[in-house]
Design a protein around this ligand. Structure first.
Ligand code: ADP
Ligand code: MG
Length: 383
């Protein structure tokens, strides 16, 4: 999807008012009736029609013809716009540059502030691929079926923000978090290559122990990354030091399947080092001893995050969603990458690189969840 920064500046205040009305209406309506949009915006309905028309032309809203009534829904473009506008109002974001990453569940752009300092904008896109399948499978959102992609994407961004902040404050090698709004986070640009793209390192053994030390450091602080692999580890171009990204799936070490997640992170690194650098070590961290090892035990980051506003309930909703997607579609990788890896594997020893399956207890989880989730966005300071 194209992001257009010029568009950001040429939306009139009435158009903006209509757009936020569509967003507010979509909290209770999958398709927001035109009369409701007019009502929320407080503008004359004749005027509203024209304004909606111009928003629809720019794909910020989309017309939906319903059997009962006609109305509009907010598009990804519209949601992107609202988030970016909130950031630009706060002067944290000024211009949008190239896209540097397209994940199944996020788009990543290089952006800049007024002084031209480069940053990274990550837009979460949960529900882009597979929400329909999930909807059929489970009564996912309780009463709140509408706008679920918006809600899930926002949760992912809030969670990633909460963790990035707390990790950065405690000197973990992660990008500096800069701002968060709706489904977006703004962070420091790291001049680096993903480990995935690196064929040779000066000392695989050194990097291996740096990464394993990180896994242990996370665990001692009460956390497990949960997706600690060659895609989410960046290697700085200048120093060769690793930087960890991508936190929406982090779990606490007090999670019932913590050990399983911990082992999966460790195994990812071991497998990658063997395959890519032919490096194997008999030394690797175990969950229990990592928890009991000496070090920064004075803080429990999982507890700090929970206290910071991203609570257990939000965590559970997101976790349940992620498992449902995983069940439906397998791990979060492109087919190409999977094929490539399968080839690499069969060249070697046939040692299965199969994705570990989640423990059954995890899949069953989340059934007894409350119907409604928490209140409105906390980032609409400009509404
Ligand atoms: P996803 O959830 O889609 O995997 P990631 O957070 O892993 O999203 O980001 C996707 C890609 O974008 C990364 O592999 C990396 O190449 C790039 N990227 C993400 N954050 C940064 C950053 N702060 N600095 C530089 N590149 C980044
Ligand atoms: Mg990633």
């Amino acid at each position: 999807m194209k992001l257009d920064a010029t568009d950001l500046r040429y939306v009139t205040s009435d158009e903006f008012r209509v757009l936020t009305s569509v967003e507010m209406g979509s909290k209770n309506h999958e398709v927001v009736p035109t009369v409701l949009i007019a009502q929320i915006s407080g503008l004359r309905s004749g005027g509203v029609n024209k304004l909606i028309g111009s928003l629809a032309k720019r794909n910020l809203v989309a017309k939906v013809q319903n059997s009962k009534y006609d109305g509009y829904r907010l598009t990804y473009g519209g949601y992107d716009f609202l988030a970016m506008r909130a950031m630009s109002k706060r002067d944290s974001l000024y211009s949008i540059g190239n896209q540097i990453g397209v994940g199944k569940e996020s788009d990543v752009y290089i952006v800049a502030d007024l002084e031209g300092n480069e940053m990274v904008l990550k837009l979460h896109r949960l529900g882009r691929v597979s929400f329909r399948a999930i909807k059929q499978k489970r009564d996912y959102m309780g009463k709140r079926k509408s706008a679920s992609w918006m809600y899930m994407s926002r949760l992912a961004a809030q969670k990633e923000w909460a963790f990035m902040k707390v990790l950065h404050e405690h000197d973990f090698p992660v990008p500096r978090p800069i701002d968060q709004a709706r489904h977006c986070i703004l962070m420091e640009f790291i001049d680096a290559y993903p480990l995935r793209q690196i064929d040779e390192v000066p000392s695989p053994g050194k990097l291996y122990s740096q990464l394993m030390d990180l896994v242990v450091r996370f665990a001692r602080a009460g956390l497990i990354h949960g997706d600690f692999n060659e895609f989410n580890i960046l290697i700085r171009r200048d120093s060769g030091e690793p930087v960890v990204i991508d936190f929406p799936q982090m779990v606490s070490t007090s999670h019932e399947n913590a050990e399983w997640y911990f082992n999966r992170d460790v195994d990812c690194i071991r497998r990658f080092f063997l395959r890519r650098f032919r490096y194997e070590s008999t030394v690797y961290p175990r969950f229990r001893s990592a928890l009991n090892s000496e070090g920064e035990k004075s803080f429990k980051l999982d507890v700090i995050v929970e206290a910071s506003g991203f609570g257990r309930r939000e965590m559970n909703v997101l976790e349940e969603y992620m498992h449902a997607v995983q069940d439906d579609e397998g791990p979060n990788r492109s087919e190409e990458e999977e094929e490539e890896e399968e080839e690499e594997d069969s060249e070697e020893d046939g040692d299965g690189d199969e994705e570990a399956k989640l423990p059954a207890s995890d899949r069953e989880k989340g059934k007894a969840r409350d119907e409604e989730e928490s209140g409105p966005d906390r980032d609409e300071g400009d509404g």
